[in-house]
Design a protein around this ligand. Structure first.
Ligand code: CTP
Length: 395
C-alpha cells in the first residue's frame, strides 16, 4: 500500500526528532517516496544528512536556501504528496498550523497541500495538557487533520506523563489507514444537505431553527477529501463556502426538495444533515406585517418530507435530533423514511448542542446494528459515518 506513495515527512524541533529517522527508514523500505521537510530547529536535533542517507532524496530545510528557489520546490512537493506526516510535532508547530501561520518551510508546505495531514505531537506533559495546545489540536481535528498520540511514558524532562511521540508502528498504521481512506469514495457521487431551512412569513421575517450547518459542511468536506464528487445543498449558514464541490444555495424546504431531486440523479448516496422545517406559513404576506393587533396568529402547513419522498436507487442516510426516547424514535424514522442508516443525537445532551464543533451520536443501521460513538469533532463524526457508507456501498 505504501509503494510509490509520496509521503512528506515533516520534522520539527523536539528531542523526539531522532525517532523520525526510524520512521523515514521504515517508510522508505516499504517502497514510499519519503520527502523530508525539516524546520530549522529540527536540524539542531538531527542532521538533514541522516535523512538524506536514509531516504536517498534531498532534504528540504529552512536553512541556507534562497526563498525563491525553495518556494517553488515546496509547492511542487505539496502538490505531489499523497499524505503529509508531521512527526514529531511540537506545541509551537501545532499552534502555527492552527493559526494558519506559515513562517517556515514546513507550515508553508502544509498550507499548500490538499493531501491529508497527520500530526504526531510530542512534547512536555504540561505543554500538551495546556488548554491552548488542546484548543489548537481541536482546531486541527475540526479541519480534518488526523492526530496520532501522544502516548504516556517517560519524557525527556524526566517526568512521566502524556507527551511521548506515538510508537513508529502506530504512526505507520495511521498513515496506511489515512491513505486507504483518502480514496475510498473516489468515483462515488454523494449529495449532502446542510443548515436549517427558512420559511418566509413576510418579506423580512422567516421561521427558522438553530442549525449551524456545521455537521453537514463537515460531512461534505470529509466526503470530498475521500475522493467523492460532492454536491452540497445548503440552507443559509454563516460558514464559508467549501471548495472542491458543487454548492447549491436554497432557503425553503420546498426549494431544498427541488434541489435534492435534481442533485440525486446518478448519486450513490444522499446524506440529509439539514434541519428541514416541518411547517411553513400557509400564506406569505407580500408586504411587511405591521403590528396592528395585540396578537397575531399564523396558520402553518406541513412542508414536504424530502427524505421520505425522494426517489431513486441510492443509499439514504438521515439524521434524527431527539429530545426523548432517542433510539426508539430514530429507529421509527429509519423505517418510515426507508433509510439505510440514521444518525441520532440527543439534543438535551450538552455535548450535542446546536452550533458546537463537537457531537455525540449513535449510528443505527437498517440491520439494527447500533453504534454509540464517543464525543468527537463533527469532522470525526463525519468520517465515522462515511466509514459506514463505504461499507454499505460495497455491500
Ligand atoms: N427531513 C426531511 N424533510 C423534512 C423533515 C426532515 O427530509 N420535512 C429529514 C431530515 O433532514 C433528517 C430526517 O428527515 O435527515 C429526520 O428529521 P427530523 O427532523 O429528526 O424528523 P422529522 O421527520 O421531522 O420528525 P419529528 O420532527 O416529528 O421528530
Amino acid at each position: 500500500m505504501l509503494t510509490d506513495k509520496t509521503i512528506i515527512l515533516g520534522i520539527t524541533g523536539g528531542i523526539a526528532a531522532y525517532k523520525a529517522a526510524d520512521l523515514a527508514s521504515k517508510l522508505t523500505q516499504a517502497g514510499a517516496k519519503v520527502e523530508v521537510v525539516m524546520t530549522k530547529s529540527a536540524t539542531e536535533f538531527i542532521s538533514p544528512l541522516t535523512f538524506r542517507s536514509l531516504t536517498g532524496r534531498l532534504v528540504v530545510t529552512d536553512m541556507f536556501e534562497p526563498a525563491s528557489e525553495f518556494s517553488i520546490e515546496h509547492i511542487a512537493l505539496a502538490e505531489a504528496a499523497d499524505v503529509v506526516v508531521i512527526a514529531p510535532a511540537t506545541a509551537n508547530t501545532i499552534a502555527k498550523l492552527a493559526g494558519g501561520i506559515a513562517d517556515n518551510i514546513l507550515c508553508c508546505t502544509v498550507l499548500a497541500t490538499k493531501a491529508p495531514v497527520i500530526v504526531a505531537p510530542a512534547m512536555n506533559v504540561n505543554m500538551y495538557q495546556n488548554s491552548i495546545t488542546q484548543d489548537n489540536l481541536a482546531k486541527l481535528k475540526a479541519r480534518g487533520f488526523t492526530i496520532v498520540g501522544p502516548e504516556y511514558g517517560r519524557l525527556a524532562s524526566g517526568k512521566v506523563g502524556l507527551g511521548r511521540l506515538a510508537e513508529i508502528d502506530k504512526i505507520i498504521g495511521t498513515i496506511k489507514q489515512v491513505l486507504d481512506r483518502n480514496s475510498d469514495l473516489s468515483g462515488k457521487r454523494i449529495v449532502v444537505t446542510a443548515g436549517g431551512t427558512q420559511e418566509p412569513i413576510d418579506p423580512v421575517r422567516h421561521i427558522g431553527n438553530r442549525s449551524s450547518g456545521k455537521m453537514g459542511y463537515a460531512m461534505a468536506e470529509a466526503a470530498r477529501d475521500r475522493g467523492a464528487e460532492v454536491k452540497l445543498v445548503t440552507a443559509p449558514t454563516s460558514l464559508p463556502e467549501p471548495a472542491g464541490m458543487e454548492v447549491v444555495h436554497i432557503k425553503t424546504a420546498a426549494e431544498m426538495k427541488r434541489a435534492v431531486a435534481k442533485a440525486v440523479a446518478q448519486a450513490d448516496a444522499l446524506i440529509m444533515a439539514a434541519a428541514v422545517a416541518d411547517y411553513q406559513p400557509k400564506n406569505v404576506a407580500k408586504a411587511k406585517i405591521k403590528k396592528k393587533s395585540p396578537s397575531l396568529t399564523l396558520e402553518l402547513i406541513r412542508t414536504p418530507d424530502i427524505l421520505a419522498e425522494v426517489k431513486g436507487n441510492f443509499l439514504k442516510v438521515g439524521f434524527a435530533a431527539e429530545s426523548e426516547d432517542m433510539v426508539a424514535n430514530a429507529k421509527q424514522k429509519l423505517e418510515k423514511k426507508k433509510l439505510d442508516m440514521i444518525v441520532a443525537n440527543d439534543i438535551t445532551d450538552k455535548d450535542s448542542a446546536f452550533g458546537s464543533d463537537t457531537n455525540k451520536v449513535t449510528l443505527i443501521s437498517r440491520d439494527g446494528k447500533i453504534d454509540n460513538l464517543p464525543l468527537l469533532t463533527k469532522r470525526e463524526v463525519a468520517d465515522r459515518i462515511l466509514d459506514k457508507v463505504v461499507g454499505l456501498l460495497k455491500g
